[in-house]
Design a protein around this ligand. Structure first.
Ligand SMILES: Cc1ncc(COP(=O)(O)O)c(C=O)c1O
Length: 397
């Protein structure tokens, strides 16, 4: 039984809800008053008492944020590093893997985030290695059985974007994890759209690395992200660079920390991390199960209503779907839909090929409009969005 969320109360604590009809929670959601206050109050303390001195006083709250990040995904605090963005976190972990050599293979899901894919492609090209796409099931999700058939002793990494940026698909991350675990191959998960939207248990999934940004469904401030590295896995990773936090200077040179903070630097945005901490506490107090329940209901409703408008096509793959709803309107480019809705203070996104290149190209899509739903949205807002899309369909005809 999940707790019912008091949506009116939650919206009243979120100033952005009064300004616009926000359907871009997967790009960046609306922070609460509390998150805003935590960030700005720390910046004020920095200016009054000195940033280093203010940070020393905030140390236990940063520890709490780390514990809450761990709690959110059923990990331990020693397995959590903070980073500036999801992509930076992913890149740090990738760069710490043993170098690729000619003939090595990396297997990726078809919906892999474009940034991760570029990082892998560039490294593979330098080494003479290959990045290969795992086939998909009929519903568009990454096929774990097909992955199992691709495994050989040259596979160095399996990378999955759990919930892609270009629509409602939820991949079966645990099914992929079973295959990688049996084969003893490192398994990286991009959970950018999952954190704060779906319950996450890293042990049940069987991943070695998982990352996500704080600004999306968690509703934290921009510029803060969470990197999970499984304890036994991280001990064998060699960070691309070190500093005075990630290592100490010993007689024989640097001694690298044993925990995930080997991927952090001493200098960090304390105000943002405190804001992320407040957002994590809030999400956990609401309960991610309850959040998931509401997002499922609202996004299902949005999909049904949008899909019923003649001239609108829904592009979401998968069986069980996330809060990201992707669509196109006959005769109108997604960027035009986005900007016309913005004139009415309705915010959505438009995604081109670069965010999910393999999937977009495989499906012959150049761009989709994306409306992403948070628990903060209401059925009135869904009606408003759909009425306005219907009006755009008329204009395009
Ligand atoms: C699946 C996925 N991965 C990665 C990112 C990028 O994350 P960041 O901007 O924090 O690097 C996004 C952003 O939309 C995303 O949807």
């Amino acid at each position: 039984m999940t707790q019912a969320l008091d949506i009116e109360q939650l919206r009243s604590e979120t100033p952005g809800c009064a300004i616009s009809t926000h359907f871009n929670h997967s790009g960046s959601s609306l922070p609460s008053n509390t998150v805003l206050a935590v960030v700005t109050e720390h910046l004020q303390r920095e200016s009054l008492y000195g940033p280093m001195e203010a940070a020393a006083n905030a140390a236990s709250q940063i520890d709490e944020a780390r514990a809450d990040a761990a709690g959110l995904i059923c990990a331990t605090p020693a397995e959590i590093a903070f980073s500036s963005s999801g992509s930076a976190a992913w890149g740090l972990a990738f760069a710490a893997l043993p170098p690729l050599v000619a003939g090595d293979r990396i297997l990726v899901g078809r919906q892999e985030w474009g940034g991760n894919l570029s990082t892998m492609q560039a490294a593979a090209k330098r080494a003479g290695a290959r990045v290969e796409t795992i086939p998909v099931n009929e519903d568009g999700s990454v096929d774990a059985n097909a992955l199992a058939a691709m495994i050989d002793d040259r596979v160095r990494l399996v990378a999955l974007t759990w919930l892609p940026a270009n629509g409602g698909l939820i991949n079966d991350a645990a099914a992929i994890g079973k295959v990688t675990k049996a084969a003893g191959i490192p398994y990286f998960i991009d959970a950018a759209q999952a954190l704060g939207q779906l319950p996450v248990d890293v042990s049940a999934i069987g991943c070695d690395m998982l990352k996500g940004s704080g600004r999306k469904f968690l509703r934290g401030p921009r510029g803060a992200a969470i990197l999970y590295l499984r304890k036994a896995f991280l001990e064998n990773l060699e960070p691309a660079y070190l500093d005075v936090l990630s290592s100490t200077w010993g007689e024989d040179g640097p001694n690298v920390r044993s925990d995930a903070q080997r991927f952090e630097t001493s200098e960090k945005p304390i105000a943002l991390l405190l804001g992320l901490g407040a957002a994590l506490k809030h999400a956990r107090s609401l309960g991610v199960e309850a959040i998931r329940h509401r997002i499922r209901e609202l996004s299902g409703q949005l999909r049904d209503q949008l899909g019923a408008i003649p001239g609108v096509t829904i592009h979401d793959l998968g069986t069980e779907k996330s809060g990201l709803v992707s669509f196109t309107v006959a005769g109108m480019a997604p960027q035009t839909i986005r900007s016309k809705l913005a004139e009415k203070r309705i915010t959505i996104a438009a995604n081109g090929i670069p965010y999910t290149p393999l999937d977009m190209m495989a499906r012959g899509l150049n761009e989709v409009a994306r409306a992403s739903v948070s628990y903060l949205n209401t059925t009135d807002e869904i009606d408003r969005l759909c009425d306005n899309v219907a009006a755009l369909v008329q204009q395009a005809a």
